[in-house]
Design a protein around this ligand. Structure first.
Ligand code: SF4
Ligand code: SF4
Length: 433
C-alpha cells in the first residue's frame, strides 16, 4: 500500500506536488487559451484560478470545498493552458488529481456508485465484457429501434445528456480486436515491426479506422503485431478520479507491450497516445525506471511515426478533396504533435489542406464533459463549427474518437455537409489494398 501523502487539506494518496502548484507566477498568459475562462470570464474557471484554488487547499488555508470540486470537473483537461504557460504549469493534470479527491470525499448515491464501479473497475478493464456490452446497442440499431426512437422524439422528454449520447452513436459494427490477426505482415520491402495499441473506444466505435491503420502500416513496410490481451489505456479512469485502476491497467499494458520485440508502439487514438506517454509518471512508484523509460521511448502517434520513418508515397492513389484539420487536444497540447498530421495530409496526392482558425481550440468533447455540461459543450462546439464552415472544405479530418463523435454529431445537427474522417481513413483511401 502506498503511504498516504498529505498536502494541506488534500487527503488522497494522489495529492498534487506543492512545487508544481508553486510554479504558477500568475502572469495570465494562459487565460486567452482556456475555453472555460472564455465562456464564463470567471477567474476560478481559468487555469490561473484553478491553480490558485489548489494552492489554497494545499496550504491548508481552505477546505477542499465546493468551488474546487466544481472546477475539477468543469476543466476540460484540454491542456491548452500548458502549451501557453512559460512555467510549464499543468492545470489540467492538477484538476485530474483533484477529481480523485472528489471521488473519495463525496460518496455517490448507492446505485450511481455501483454503476461507476462496474464501468471503471469491471467493464473497461475487461475487453471481452466491454465488447459484449455493445451488443444491445448494435441490436438497437440493426432492428430499427433506433429509427423509431429518433422519429418518435421520445428522448426529448428525458435529460438532455441521454438525447445527446444517443445522437452521438455512430453506426456500430463488430469490434475488431479479435478479428485482427496477431501478426499482419509488411508489404513490399520490410522496414521494421511495430505493435499496435488499439484503444477501446476506437475499436468499438470506429473499427474501420483501426483496420485502415494496420493496412497503412503494412503498406509502409511494417509488420504489425496486435496483442489480443491489451486493455484500456486508463485515460477514462484518470478522467473520472480513479487513478488506482488506471495504474493497474498501465502496469498490464506496459509489461505486455515491452515483452514484444518491436521498433515502436503505435496508436491512432490521440487520447490513448497521451495516456501511454504518461505511464512513466503514473507508475513512478515502480522500481524498474529503465523499463518505464524504454516504454515511453517507443510510443508514437501514427502521424508522428509515419513522418519519422518517411512516408512511401509512390503507390498512393489520388484523393481529390479539400480538407480541414481539427487538432485533438490530446495530440497537439498533451503530446506536442501539430506539424506531423499536416505532413501526412500533404503527402496524399490530390488533397488540399485548408487551415481553419483556432484549429487547436477544443471541440467541447473532453470525455464526459460533453454529457455533463451539455450547454457549455454546445457553445464550444459552435465556435469550432463556425471555423470549419469558413474554410468551405469538403471534409473535416481529426484523429481522436472523442472529437470524432462530438464533431460528427455537431455537423449533423447543424446540417453541415462535411463528413468527419480520421486521418487514417483518408490516408487509407489513398493506400492500395
Ligand atoms: S498557469 Fe502558467 S500561464 Fe497561467 S498564470 Fe500561471 S504561470 Fe502564467
Ligand atoms: S486544461 Fe483546458 S479547460 Fe482546463 S484550465 Fe487548462 S485550458 Fe482551461
Amino acid at each position: 500500500m502506498a503511504e498516504i501523502e498529505k498536502l494541506g487539506n488534500f487527503t488522497t494518496t494522489d495529492a498534487p506536488e506543492y512545487e508544481d502548484i508553486l510554479q504558477c507566477m500568475r502572469c495570465g498568459f494562459c487565460l486567452p487559451t482556456c475555453p472555460t475562462f472564455s465562456l464564463t470570464g470567471r477567474e476560478r474557471s481559468s487555469p490561473r484560478g484553478r491553480v490558485a484554488l489548489a494552492r489554497t487547499v494545499g496550504e491548508g488555508k481552505m477546505e477542499f470545498n465546493q468551488a474546487i470540486k466544481e472546477e475539477a470537473f468543469f476543466c476540460l483537461d484540454c491542456r491548452a493552458c500548458t502549451t501557453a504557460c512559460p512555467s510549464g504549469v499543468q492545470a489540467g493534470s492538477l484538476m485530474e488529481i483533484c477529481r480523485a479527491q472528489v471521488a473519495q470525499q463525496q460518496p455517490l448515491p448507492k446505485w450511481q456508485a455501483g454503476f461507476r464501479t462496474f464501468i471503471l473497475e469491471k467493464m473497461l478493464p475487461n475487453p471481452n465484457l466491454l465488447e459484449t456490452s455493445m451488443l444491445p446497442a448494435r441490436l438497437y440499431q440493426k432492428l430499427g429501434i433506433q429509427w423509431l426512437v429518433r422519429n418518435s422524439k421520445v428522448l426529448k422528454l428525458g435529460p438532455e445528456w441521454i438525447d445527446k449520447a444517443e445522437g452521438m452513436l455512430p453506426e456500430l459494427v463488430q469490434p475488431l480486436r479479435k478479428k485482427l490477426p496477431e501478426l499482419s505482415p509488411a508489404k513490399g520491402e520490410k522496414r521494421g515491426t511495430v505493435a499496435f495499441f488499439l484503444g477501446c473506444v476506437m475499436t468499438l466505435m470506429y473499427a474501420e479506422v483501426s483496420r485502415q491503420t494496420v493496412k497503412i502500416l503494412n503498406h509502409q513496410g511494417f509488420d504489425v503485431i496486435t496483442p489480443k490481451t491489451q486493455k484500456c489505456c486508463g485515460a477514462p479512469h484518470l478522467t473520472e478520479g480513479d487513478p488506482e485502476t488506471a495504474r493497474q491497467l498501465a502496469s498490464h499494458n506496459l509489461d505486455l507491450f515491452l515483452d514484444l520485440d518491436v521498433d515502436a508502439i503505435v496508436t491512432d487514438c490521440g487520447g490513448c497516445g497521451a495516456a501511454l506517454k504518461e505511464y512513466e509518471e503514473m507508475l513512478a512508484e515502480r522500481e524498474d525506471h529503465q523499463r518505464l523509460q524504454h516504454f515511453h521511448s517507443k510510443i508514437r502517434d501514427i502521424s508522428e511515426f509515419l513522418v519519422e520513418v518517411g512516408i512511401r508515397t509512390a503507390e498512393l492513389k489520388p484523393v481529390n478533396k479539400t480538407v480541414t484539420y481539427h487538432e485533438p487536444c490530446h495530440i497537439c497540447h498533451a503530446q506536442g504533435i501539430s506539424k506531423q498530421p499536416r505532413k501526412v495530409l500533404e503527402s496524399i496526392p490530390g488533397v488540399e489542406l485548408r487551415e481553419m482558425n483556432e484549429s487547436s481550440w477544443c471541440c467541447g468533447s473532453a470525455a464526459t464533459f460533453s454529457l455533463k455540461f451539455t450547454e457549455e459543450s454546445q457553445k464550444i462546439l459552435d465556435r469550432k463549427l463556425d471555423n470549419v464552415k469558413k474554410t468551405e472544405a469538403e471534409v473535416l479530418v481529426t484523429a481522436n474518437p472523442g472529437c470524432h463523435l462530438q464533431l460528427a454529431w455537431g455537423l449533423r445537427k447543424a446540417q453541415m455537409p462535411q463528413p468527419v474522417l480520421h486521418l487514417c481513413e483518408l490516408l487509407g483511401e489513398a493506400t492500395p489494398d
